[in-house]
Design a protein around this ligand. Structure first.
Ligand code: MN
Length: 395
């Protein structure tokens, strides 16, 4: 990778630092190698905003000379010290500590590290997001006060216990508005419980192609006992509605998160059909949800397009809808959530509103679902979905 030089830099940026010892991106340039002096090594380190090194200690200490930006130095158990250009830090031998940039600024320092027979540094565990964000809160004199309602705090805490939002530090006004709205005002509406709400939001993020939000919500989902099987089923169910091109990255992201929680893949099989039975079983389920409309669709299909009707029965319904792991009422709500988030699928939204009503999800429930998705899909898609709801349920 080409490392862009900043004209304000005094020394070259050097090579990208090892991800084993840094969170975020840092660049290290050795200015004086250890074998030149025999006893110490001098280097220049550039941290990009948000980057810090792991907790570590130096058997014979270290000196930091700050040449640019804003950063932190923190010793274990002590408050972080804010560092700016011109600051000098003398780090005693064997004291556990870390250094790095603040969230909103890069940070450059020169390090002079004494070498010993045991080496110059002993690396420890990464600095957690919580430790890192906490030090911003304790040193920043202008930390904004965010006024969150009791409900917003409680509902957020249920999904993300102990989570320290980085946006709370960088965008406090936004978080006050968004969290009070999405985690209190909207959640207070209707009759959807937490688990179902999170599953619907997850489904909508796939259709919206919101990978980062999906990952955050997936962690929240696991915290409110959405099972790995249910997560996989949401992903598989999205394939016939959203298309594999859009679901691919989400499957990989979910696998990473599940495997990081030591969940072994593949999960138990949820399939209920075979190559031989998929068409028959799919068609049966299609008729259970949509009734006589399915026969009509086959009858009205031109001969050269009948294969699409067969695909719908055998593939969309036979391969996916017939799977276990989600009950039909839930699966139908999740499909609707994807269609709403997808946009431009109003005919299908109407069909699945009718499908939902047919399997026992009433108008009140559907209006709750549409409302819960609002903060994640925006007003235009919400209003389009409500228009479809009104058209289908009043006819
Ligand atoms: Mn150090």
């Amino acid at each position: 990778m080409k490392n862009l030089e900043n004209q304000n830099d005094i020394f070259p940026k050097g090579e990208k630092a090892s991800a084993d010892y840094f969170t975020g991106t840092a660049w290290v340039k050795i200015l004086v190698p250890q074998d030149e002096t025999g006893s110490y090594v001098i280097g220049n380190v550039v941290f990009e905003p948000g980057c810090r090194n792991n907790w570590h200690k130096h058997p014979a200490g270290q000196i930091l000379l700050v040449t640019g930006g804003k950063g932190f130095y923190q010793e274990r158990g002590k408050p972080a010290r804010l560092l700016v250009k011109g600051d000098v830090v003398i780090i005693p031998s064997n004291i556990e500590h870390w250094h790095g940039a603040t969230q909103d600024s890069s940070f450059t320092h020169i390090v002079i590290t004494n070498n010993t027979k045991q080496g110059a540094v002993e690396w420890l565990e990464p600095v957690t997001d919580e430790e890192y964000l906490n030090c911003h809160t304790t040193v920043s004199p202008k930390q904004a006060k965010i006024k969150l309602t009791e409900g917003a705090v409680k509902n957020h805490e249920e999904l993300f216990p102990g989570y320290k939002s980085t946006l709370k530090v960088t965008d406090p006004e936004l978080i006050e508005v968004f969290d009070n709205f999405a985690f209190d005002e909207v959640i207070s509406y209707g009759n959807i419980d937490t688990k179902l709400r999170v599953m619907m939001i997850l489904a909508s993020t796939i259709a919206s192609q919101a990978l980062s939000e999906f990952k955050v919500m997936l962690a929240g989902a696991l915290n409110v006992s959405v099972t790995p099987i249910e997560i996989k089923e949401i992903l598989y169910q999205s394939i016939p509605y959203v298309g594999i091109a859009k679901v691919f990255d989400f499957i990989h992201a979910a696998n990473e998160i599940l495997q990081s929680r030591e969940i072994k893949l593949p999960l138990q099989s949820q399939s209920t059909t075979t190559r031989e039975t998929r068409h028959e079983k799919g068609l049966e389920l299609q008729k259970e949800i949509f009734g006589d409309m399915i026969d009509k669709m086959y009858e009205e299909s031109p001969e050269d397009q009948i294969h699409i009707q067969k695909y719908l029965s055998a593939n969309c319904f036979g391969d996916y809808y017939t799977r276990k792991g989600l009950d039909l009422k839930t699966r139908e709500l999740l499909t609707l959530s994807m269609l709403i988030a997808l946009g431009g699928a109003e005919p299908q939204i109407k069909a699945h509103i009718q499908g939902n009503v047919n399997v026992g999800n009433n108008k009140e429930t559907l209006l709750s679902v549409i409302t819960q998705l609002l903060p994640y899909v925006g007003y235009p898609r919400t209003l389009n979905a409500i228009k479809c709801l009104n058209e289908v349920t009043t006819n």
